[in-house]
Write a protein that binds this ligand. Structure first.
Ligand code: GDP
Ligand code: MG
Length: 206
């Protein structure tokens, strides 16, 4: 038996510079938005505790914080990722076209895991700016061809569909009780309390 019996999920935000990844993270975690554009350097994450389908989950949301300007991803950033949200700007078709390469980079960097099992979501951000320049049909087909990835037109500015996108990946993530330390090294499997597991099964949670 351990004190900790929580699910901790590492969620990555990936996409071109300027699409709104930092804004989405700040909106979701702090419910704040700023028009300022600040491409910071380094890697950063924020945490948020949520309850999805009656399961308490600690989300560790990682923002590329500038490295995406060089179209590169460090293994440190990707290691141990449980979910991945691909973000593009609905007013900039080139950022939609980039999604494929972000997805590929993610697969390369997570080669030690089974990336096919990792839930994705696609966010078309800045929908508040008007009619999207990439049609819903085009995005829908792209998502369908890649295992039916859930897709959201969203706005970090107006707080539209941001929560829904995070909820979607969490719902689709395997709820193993693993925790990844700050350096994204080997997972520490938390011991399970057998009685509690039995209770859960009876309660129909799993
Ligand atoms: P990142 O480089 O992907 O992290 O993008 P940022 O979050 O830094 O956002 C880039 C710019 O787009 C900033 O000026 C934001 O204020 C702006 N922005 C982000 N999300 C939205 C949105 O939903 N609507 C609008 N209109 N602007 C946004
Ligand atoms: Mg950013």
């Amino acid at each position: 038996m351990t004190a900790s019996n929580k699910t901790i999920l590492k969620v990555l935000l990936l996409g071109d510079s300027g699409v709104g990844k930092t804004s989405i993270m700040k909106r979701y975690v702090k419910n704040k938005f700023t028009n300022q554009y600040k491409a910071s350097i380094g890697t950063d994450f924020l945490t948020k505790q949520i309850t999805v389908d009656e399961v308490s989950v600690d989300l560790q949301i990682w923002d590329t914080a500038g490295q995406e300007r060089f179209f590169s991803l460090s293994p440190y950033y990707c290691r141990g990722a449980d979910c991945c949200i691909l973000v593009y700007d609905t007013n900039n078709p080139r950022t939609f076209e980039s999604l494929e390469s972000w997805r590929e980079k993610f697969f390369i960097q997570t080669s030690l895991q089974d990336p096919e099992k990792i839930p994705f979501a696609v966010i078309g951000n800045k929908i508040d700016m008007g009619e999207p320049l990439v049609s819903r049909k085009t995005v829908h087909e792209w998502c369908q061809a890649r295992g039916n990835i859930p897709f959201f037109f969203a706005s970090a500015k107006e707080n539209h569909n941001v929560t829904e996108a995070f909820t979607s990946v969490v719902q689709n993530a395997p709820k193993e009780k693993t925790i990844y330390n700050y350096f994204g090294q080997n997972p520490i499997i938390l011991e399970e309390d057998e009685d509690e597991e039995e209770e859960k099964k009876k309660g129909g949670l799993e």
